[in-house]
Design a protein around this ligand. Structure first.
Ligand code: TXA
Ligand code: MG
Length: 315
């Protein structure tokens, strides 16, 4: 056990966070999607600590976070498509999988020894400030124990990882609320994970996207059947709740918790993980959560992807 420090985005807080990262420690930090568990992406020790803190079952590749395009170009090869997507969506909730540069200097644990790398420029001002204070690339999966609900507040990070990480940088709640969209640009443009950038927006730039999920891809926790799992069991497409169930809804209706009473998918995404945690507390030990249908467009695709995994049979 270590004593986890809570830091704020002051010059002192950022300097302390950078000092921890330089010493190969771990700092959880806010991005506009979810809180990430950051460690030096060039350090085998720091990256191994990330897998250990999360109790991640396998050494899956992680996303490398950088402050700007110049930094991104030192790790990945950008073709014309990658340049145009980066110009349109970065900084923001988008991750690109691109060919890894031979001279990237990243820990092979970050890329799981693949010849590609997942890279992201987050827009959150605290993430930007941390990347600049640290001065290097940060490997960062979501800052939660493996398989559980992702964190969108510093308190969520502490609930799952207190005592296992050196510090959390508190930047309030995450505006987007679901993880970044992952776009593969190794061959044809491929949607590897729906997320904070609607796939329709990417398709308007790139044309139709292929869908990920083939066996050539690495085994990713976000692609496992059971993931994002609250303690309670989850039932989907529930227009009504059964006795004893906590009803989590969307749009007008008499729900105990409502992702967006006005039916706004952006608001619903921002509320998703926090309300899953609230529903879990309300449901109690061995409880059950019933979730109303969510439209399958825009950010609804990312929401349904997470809910399908939250409802999947647990191993
Ligand atoms: O919003 C987000 O993306 C958050 C914040 C912290 O940035 N991060 C996040 O990381 O969700 P993580 O580790 O939960 O998800 C990383 C995903 C995994 O599904 C992994 O398989 C995929 O990225 N990935 C990483 N490198 C890859 C590669 N070279 N090829 C294909 N997929 C890759
Ligand atoms: Mg995750």
């Amino acid at each position: 056990m270590i004593q986890t420090e809570t830091l704020t985005a002051t010059p002192q807080g950022l300097a302390r966070a950078a000092e921890i990262l330089q010493a190969q420690g771990l700092v959880a930090f806010p991005t506009e999607t979810v809180y990430g568990l950051g460690g030096d992406a060039r350090s085998d020790l720091a990256v191994a600590r990330i897998f250990d803190a999360k109790a991640r079952p396998r050494f899956n590749p992680l996303i490398v976070h950088v402050p700007d395009l110049d930094a991104a170009r030192t790790f990945a090869l950008f073709d014309a498509r990658a340049e145009s997507v980066a110009a349109a969506f970065w900084p923001g909730p988008l991750t690109l999988v691109l060919p890894l540069r031979a001279d990237a200097g990243l820990s092979p644990l970050v890329t799981a020894d693949l010849d590609s790398v997942a890279i992201r420029i987050p827009a959150h001002p605290t993430a930007q400030a941390l990347l600049r204070a640290f001065g290097g690339p940060l490997a960062a999966p979501s800052a939660n124990p493996s398989g559980r609900v992702s964190p969108t507040r510093a308190a969520h990070v502490l609930a799952g990882l207190s005592g296992r990480i050196a510090a959390v940088l508190d930047g309030g709640s995450c505006a987007v609320g679901v993880e970044s969209t992952i776009l593969g640009l190794l061959k044809q443009p491929t949607l590897l994970r729906p997320g904070g950038v609607a796939s329709e927006a990417l398709e308007s730039l790139l044309g139709p996207l292929a869908l990920g999920g083939n066996s050539a891809k690495p085994n990713a926790p976000g692609q496992l059947a059971s993931h994002y799992a609250p303690g309670a069991s989850v039932r989907l497409h529930a227009q009504t709740a059964l006795p004893g169930e906590i009803h989590l809804g969307f749009g007008p209706g008499a729900y105990q918790l409502n992702l967006s009473p006005s039916g706004d998918l952006i608001e619903a995404a921002a509320n998703l993980f926090h309300m899953l945690r609230e529903a879990d507390v309300m449901a109690g030990q061995g409880g059950r959560i019933a979730i109303a249908p969510i439209p399958e467009h825009g950010l609804g695709r990312a929401i349904n992807d997470r809910l399908n995994r939250a409802a999947a049979p647990r191993i």
